[in-house]
Design a protein around this ligand. Structure first.
Ligand SMILES: N[C@@H](CCC(=O)N[C@@H](CS)C(=O)NCC(=O)O)C(=O)O
Length: 202
């Protein structure tokens, strides 16, 4: 059985969501990102970044939450989360890299300066700048969804999962101004697997 190291209140929620979508058995090895365990020699041998999540599947050890999602979706491609041909696969990579490079740094910046850091270290101007930067990205997402319910192949794929998971706080990030993207985000989070995982996480 695959092992996913991390807790639901971390980026480990992403591969757990993927595993739930695929209906594959997994063991969630609870490991808090802020604890000593993630910096222990034993864990650093698995993930030298000292971060969660990490996937262990037999002798494959993998870090980077979105890469883990891609791997699982491809391994279990019969479930349909993966691309049906090379073009769909390419667009799954496109959207996943877009999530990691265009959306996540800004979403992270907003979260750090509004919630994660202690009050005295928060810088409202940096939070506001992140929201401003996200507007251009959300316009791109909204346009891509103008005639489609999903990002690739008009069915739910790991591209939707990766982008939606990165933009988990879509409404707080200003997403309500983008109706196509907002409806898509709701669609993704209304899925039973998402409800189970994000519901449990509280
Ligand atoms: N790009 C990595 C980021 C992983 C990451 O930042 N994880 C956080 C928890 S959500 C963590 O473990 N932080 C502990 C640390 O950086 O010391 C991924 O997506 O897997």
């Amino acid at each position: 059985m695959i092992k996913i190291y991390g807790i639901l209140k971390s980026r480990a929620v992403r591969p757990v969501w993927t595993a739930e979508e695929l209906g594959i058995p997994y063991e969630l090895v609870p490991m808090h990102y802020a604890g000593d365990e993630v910096k222990s020699a034993a864990y650093l041998a698995l993930n030298p970044n000292g971060q969660v999540p990490t996937l262990v599947d037999g002798d494959l050890v993998l870090f980077e939450s979105l890469a883990i999602d891609l791997y699982l979706a491809k391994q279990h491609r019969a479930f349909g989360l993966w691309g049906a041909d090379d073009h769909e696969e390419a667009r799954i990579f496109q959207w996943t890299l877009w999530a990691a490079t265009e959306a996540e740094p800004l979403a992270r910046q907003w979260f750090r300066y509004t919630s994660f850091l202690p009050q005295e270290s928060r810088i409202p101007a940096l939070a506001a700048a992140a929201l401003e930067g996200l507007r251009a990205r959300f316009a791109v997402l909204d346009h891509a969804l103008r005639d489609a319910d999903y990002l690739v192949g008009n069915r739910f794929t790991v591209a939707d999962l990766n982008v939606a998971a990165v933009l988990q706080r879509f409404v707080q990030l200003g997403g309500a101004d983008y109706p196509n993207a907002l409806a898509w985000h709701r669609r993704c989070f209304e899925r039973p697997a998402a409800q189970r995982v994000f519901g449990e996480r509280g």
